[in-house]
Write a protein of this length. Structure first.
Length: 276
């Protein structure tokens, strides 16, 4: 889920050298927490989207045997997905507690984590298939759960955005969106990733950076937009950069370092989308 930010800012065009990156000041805890929150929410969203996209490809499989094998694979993926999502929402719940979020937000995240850690709930339709087509049943149940979790998350988005803005201003929203964007960079090598969109998002983040936004973060984001252009007007009209998955993954690692958030990658299993 992307946290929408509208703010004015400045473009840092100079590249950050390895030496200066090593000596970069540690960002305030409020900024690193906002980044981690945006990242964790978006990472959960992307894992769910990857699963749903894989299910949709079944309509193009004509061979029954091949389709059956794919459904079996999806059923196994559902188990891994739920585990990673439960870990993700547990992390989100912990963040919201430490950030002293409103009770409604803390209750939602903790409840979602508990739901994902509990046995999968089967609808009447899925239960009817448990004995004859168990893999189909679990895949259907997982789709239902994904839909329910997303609906709840979408419903909390306005209050989440309002709370972040009230407590941390535009800077908190911006750092959360950088976190969300970093989650997208982490999955840039997977099917469906759109490098052009990701380059435009980097431009948006640079244009919307509020006063006080980290110069190191802006410097790393600037590596994802085309060279040239020295002012905001030029930046807004630049064509997207040609980005490779390797380059986007490298910038993602730099952003993790900027926010001292490498620990996030330990629980984030982007490879779930590939069946790991």
């Amino acid at each position: 889920m992307r946290l929408i930010v509208c703010a004015a800012g400045f473009l840092l065009t100079a590249m950050i050298s390895p030496t200066s990156a090593q000596n970069a000041p540690v960002l305030p805890r409020a900024e690193t927490q906002a980044f981690a929150l945006g990242y964790s929410l978006r990472a959960c969203d992307l894992r769910a989207q990857s699963f749903v996209s894989s299910v949709k490809t079944l309509k193009d499989v004509d061979d029954d045997k091949l389709a059956g094998a794919e459904v079996k694979h999806l059923s196994r993926r559902a188990v891994n997905l739920r585990r990673h999502q439960a870990e993700g929402y547990t992390q989100i719940a912990g963040l919201l507690d430490r950030m002293d979020a409103p009770p409604t937000l803390r209750h939602w995240s903790a409840q979602t984590a508990s739901l994902l850690a509990a046995p999968l709930v089967y609808s009447a339709e899925a239960q009817a298939l448990v004995k004859t087509e168990p893999d189909t049943a679990s895949t259907l149940a997982e789709l239902s759960e994904i839909t329910a979790v997303k609906a709840q998350a979408d419903a909390r988005q306005p209050s989440l955005t309002t709370w972040l803005k009230l407590t941390g201003g535009r800077l908190a929203l911006w750092n959360a969106e950088v976190g969300s964007y970093t989650a997208e960079l982490r999955t840039a090598g997977e099917p469906g990733a759109n490098p052009s969109v990701l380059s435009h998002t980097a431009q948006h983040l640079l244009l919307s950076a509020p006063a006080g936004a980290s110069s190191e973060v802006r410097g790393n984001l600037s590596e994802l937009v085309p060279g040239g252009g020295g002012n905001l007007q030029n930046l807004a009209t630049l064509a997207p950069a040609h980005l490779t998955p390797q380059r986007m993954a490298k910038i993602a690692q730099k952003l993790f370092a900027d926010y001292d958030a490498k620990a996030l990658t330990q629980s984030d299993k982007s490879g779930e989308g590939k069946g790991e």
